[in-house]
Design a protein around this ligand. Sequence first.
Ligand code: SF4
Length: 372
Amino acid sequence: MTGLQPFRHLYVHIPFCRHKCGYCDFNAYAGMDRLMPDYVEALERELLSARERHQFQQLETIYFGGGTPSLLPAGLATRLLGFVRSTFDVASDAEVTLEANPASTDAEKVAAWLEGGVNRLSLGVQGFDPKALAVLERRTDAAQATRAFALAREMGFANISIDLIYAVPYQSMDTWIETLRRAVAMGPDHVSTYCLSFEEGTLLYRRRAEGRVPEVESDLQWDQLDAACAELEAAGFHRYEVSNWARSEGFESRHNHAYWRCRPVYGAGAGAHSYATDGSEASRWWNVARPKDYIAAAPASRADGEELEPRKKVAESLMLGLRTAEGMVAPAGFDRELATLTEAGLVERRDGRIVPTRKGMDLHNQIALAVL
Ligand code: SF4
């Protein structure tokens, strides 16, 4: 590929967690906190080398995800945030997000994040109901979530997102509605709701296979999604993506929009994925996953990659674009697929674009199956 578009979006992966939650299949590890200083050094090596090897323009978004970025001690967080700012040109209005777990959010860290330029906090609340949290093996509780949220707000975060999970075994419709109402009452600017998935290799997957955790009826799952739409819309949030609601214009995740719009994103850190494109073809690559291997390899941390030929690239961009309410301009070469999806009531044409209907948002997996 020639004429690659420059990177304006940066993702930094922090793979450490206090405890591995039973449902988690992210690249996250418990019991490795001692590696944190070496890990931050390795990140610095990778970022410096990335800046030399790739073209970056002024960064519009930076996202520290995990894992649990809030586990980094305040001193290391300050160092990493400062390093990124001094290595790259960061737009003055850049969106800088950090994922935080309520249990590892304290005043010293919140101050370090704000000081380091973080202006959007994504708080992994997941729920308030002790039964659902126990199934997820989340070691946080409602009081911690409320305290962390209030602290971040009081100290200056004007943009806070909350993650919630539904379709959790033992989570009744009533407890889910109660969860949504408590979340709304906290006053977040953005809410993400994820349907629990049982990923192979996780503890929860094994437990369900052994019959120790019950199945969630699919009717209940749909009803819970319906309840999320009703409760959040009644509270003034708009659903701008399959799983994401913003309180008002301007609170949509700009970083995640970069993925849904197939913009180039550089991913640094263990297991992080990068996506580069020249506009017609694209490639993605990913780093070695285990923190120890990443530290040893950085800056030569790339594990593998793939090229996406033009039709596959467009199919992916269509699948991702149709996750969002804004949809996209219909690409050439997909008339048959789009006609089938329109007939099924999953997409429609609006203002020269193709957009998902409410049904298409709820059943996005059917859109993905049709276009990929
Ligand atoms: S805190 Fe998040 S990343 Fe870490 S184990 Fe739990 S779900 Fe996975």
